[in-house]
Ligand binder design. Sequence first.
Ligand code: S3P
Length: 743
Amino acid sequence: MRVVKCSLIADKTVLIVGLGLIGGSIAKGLKKANPSQKLLATDANLASLDLAKDAKVISRSGTLEEMAGQADIVVLAVPPLMLPTIIQSLERHVKSETIVTDVASVKSHITDALKNTSQVFQGNFVPGHPIAGSEKSGFEAASSDLFEGRKVILTPSSQTKTDAVALINLLWRSLGAQVIGMSLQKHDEVLAATSHLPHALAFAIVDALSNQDGSDDIFRYAAGGFADFSRLASSNPVMWSDIFVANSVATEKVLEDYIENLMILKDAIKAKDKEALFELFSRSKETRDRFIAQYFTKEKKLIMNNKPITFHLAPGGKVAGTLRVPGDKSISHRSIIFGSIAEGVTHVSGFLEGEDALNTVAAFREMGVTITGPENGELTIYGVGKHGLKAPHEPLYMGNSGTAMRLLAGLLAAQDFDSQLTGDESLSGRPMNRVVLPLREMGANIEAQAEGTPPLKISGSPLTGCNYSMPMASAQVKSCLLLAGLYADGETSITEPAACRDHTERMLMGFAYPVSVGKDGVTSVNGDGLLTATNIDVPGDISSAAFFLVAASITPGAKLTLTHVGVNPTRIGVINLLKLMGAKLSLSNEKTVGGEPVADITVEYSQLHGIEIPESEIPLAIDEFPVLFVAAANAIGDTVLHGAQELRVKESDRIDAMARGLSTLGIVTEVYEDGIKITGGPTGGGVVDSHGDHRIAMAFSVAALCASEPITVLNCNNVATSFPGFVESAAKLGMLISAGEKP
Ligand code: S3P
């Protein structure tokens, strides 16, 4: 990770309160990034201050009262229980615009400490916690690169000012850290388990052994294992006793769980139960090896999902009950994009915590946006404004998501920095010229591979508005160009040959950005507006609901209600087509939430019949065809689709992948370049390959409801990109599904 010099921080006078390991490392790191950085410090330990002055790390020192008024940024690097007193005194002496942060490993007690301060002070206070350290303490142990490549958690509240959050984010970026956001409560729970518990155990084991007879001998002969395990017991006792007092509730809880586990281990040892011990140790080893590989190696993105997941489906099963499907993927991506470049704080609820949308969150964090969550579908975005994104330190990984890559291409083309967009194997084979070519017409400097595929290399440049007529009805292309248009000189107008999803336009309106949507299929924006933060309630994804709409339609006796589903007119092709096929569907509880129509959908079994799919419905049902093909396989007669070449360049070639799988199951198909004919008939069983395509995997799971034999679906890992919890939801409704690692 490259340390960035950032002029916004370089101009500021930074006061470090507490020049121990963390405070000292911040001081040394800032000085290394910018030798002319003005640094002040205060510490009860005068020797530390002298050392720092001798090393020319700080320029001045004194008491808090003397130093506070001179600082633009104050970093409180003291043990947690000292914070309330220091905050009180600091408030009296800082300038009203001074931004304050801390580094404490416990955050919830900060809320109490801030309660008695003014609103201005609270708005300027950004709680933070670097996940870095060492068992050593003091300025001598401090190191300028302690935070390089390490994570820093910020826990701002809804009162915290976005400018303050952005500045503290930059401070940590300038030290080479990666900034993530979390709610205060979640932070304390996570840290209790991952940091506080191991420290407690290290202190406890050393203490327990030292109280035993012959402890000298024990320590004399203790080999590497003991030294490794007990390393944390050399940590600073002042700091750590404070941490356990401040985070007593959460640490007590994890300690209790741990003691229960320890009792199980003790029983297994007492019973000489080799099998139980072997199982426990193997499970632990596997878990640790996996997390080290995922989170502590550079290639983490390539080795994610490394164990192939297979779905096993028994024939038959029921579909009954009520379900709320996860949040809409398209809207979730867009909420992060627009929230990030808006002015102010955007709250999102109902967010899809699937891998695709989480990669988008990670990309914007990498560009300097502080985002807390998602926790139970809620997240908060501290917008940096249209021109506040920062150059990413590394290529932005878009995983499996064509939407994220194409939309970000438009946004990044207009920034004043360079960037690269990469993706997984499937995304790396998908066509990008559909956005690269029109972006170049706007003046973008963007390169794809020779085949027009990712990675994309973008050199940010000024753009000029354009009039573009899309050759295909693509919401991704339209949205990409609208995003570029937000930055372009003059007007950008896009004409779509047929209506395609309009979430971008609706969301722009939600963010109070002027956008003109004509009846003639022309959408225009000008580059001179601003986005104002708003709250977004993401409806359930109709593309995920579609699996269960078909499941209920083909299963005799089925009756199901899907609640709070997005029923935007540009997305309801699946409803229109199922109705044309004779499905029994009805909408209730219709309302508009944040500019998007939502409704509950009730569906029950009905004998379907084949249809000719009207071409106008194709863009409105573009992602639902895999499961609509399963509906067709269960209908009486032929279903014919033409004009759907786009299906060949989705996460897989969906015409080919579905035709192969349906043939394996005994369904007769005829494949065309632009579509397919499916003749309804009895479904058999067998092994089908999803080709790593989430929607193919879920479609074949639905097919099992009317199959005569079991169906095994291979390569189902990517279901997590759009529908985390699919297996559990399907099982809850009565489908006979399980997931495993073996074919
Ligand atoms: C999407 C648009 C559609 C769709 C994709 C999501 C979007 O793609 O297939 O899953 O969020 O804009 P195209 O616009 O390329 O058809």
